[in-house]
Ligand binder design. Structure first.
Ligand SMILES: Cc1cc2nc3c(=O)[nH]c(=O)nc-3n(C[C@H](O)[C@H](O)[C@H](O)COP(=O)(O)O)c2cc1C
Length: 195
């Protein structure tokens, strides 16, 4: 049993996992490439089906026309806090792999891209940044905004806000999310009625 910032795990786990949170309070500062790119580096080391590496990250730094466009894709509720991000990212997956000239559908393209997002989130949070995924945005508009090819090869998965923490002193007054218990998500042998 371990506790970090109001969260209590049933088993002792790495503090980076229990301590990661989707915070919203950001300082509105800019980020250098030196601060941002290690997050992409972390993402690229995620595992994927046959090492296909389906994830693609399209980013917009604050103060640019791209940032204003990316921000406008978000729901009003998300814009309220994401306006203080240093960087907004549109995460896209490639639904296909090409091997020896043969193109095949990769069933796990979203699963793998989710793993890359989590690697990025953990790296960012371990550096003291806010890394917050969002589904509250206009997906078709996002695809058009980044000029994603409209040939069915790619899929917009999520947007991500990255920023520096506001008033960061290792604490936050934001609400802490909790989790289902392990026996509501894990069972041996058969699908559980508790699911
Ligand atoms: C795919 C995805 C979409 C999400 N969409 C939003 C969103 O649109 N707005 C928001 O404020 N949080 C969003 N979240 C954050 C979740 O609400 C958050 O991860 C969840 O409540 C658990 O909290 P925690 O990440 O702090 O542990 C999203 C998270 C994921 C993974």
């Amino acid at each position: 049993m371990e506790a970090i910032g109001g969260r209590r795990s049933e088993y002792a786990i790495h503090p980076m996992i229990l301590g990661r949170r989707s915070l919203r309070q950001m300082s509105g500062e800019e980020m250098t490439d030196g601060e941002l790119y290690p997050l992409f580096e972390a993402a690229k080391w995620a595992p994927s089906h046959f090492n296909t590496q389906e994830w693609r990250f399209i980013y917009a730094k604050r103060g640019t026309k791209h940032f204003r466009k990316f921000l406008s894709l978000l729901t009003a509720g998300n814009q309220e806090w994401a306006k203080d991000a240093s960087v907004l990212i549109i995460l896209v997956s490639n639904r296909f792999s090409v091997y020896k000239g043969k193109k095949s559908f990769v069933r796990s393209h979203s699963f793998d891209t989710g793993a890359a997002w989590m690697a990025m989130a953990l790296e960012g949070v371990s550096r003291g940044y806010v890394v917050h995924a969002m589904a509250g945005f206009d997906y078709p508009k996002a695809a058009r905004a980044i000029r994603m090819p409209n040939n069915g090869d790619y899929q917009v998965e999520a947007m991500i806000a990255v920023g520096k923490r506001r008033n960061y002193k290792g604490r936050t007054d934001e609400k802490t999310s909790q989790r289902k218990s392990i026996d509501e998500i894990v069972s041996e042998g058969y699908f559980s009625p508790r699911f």
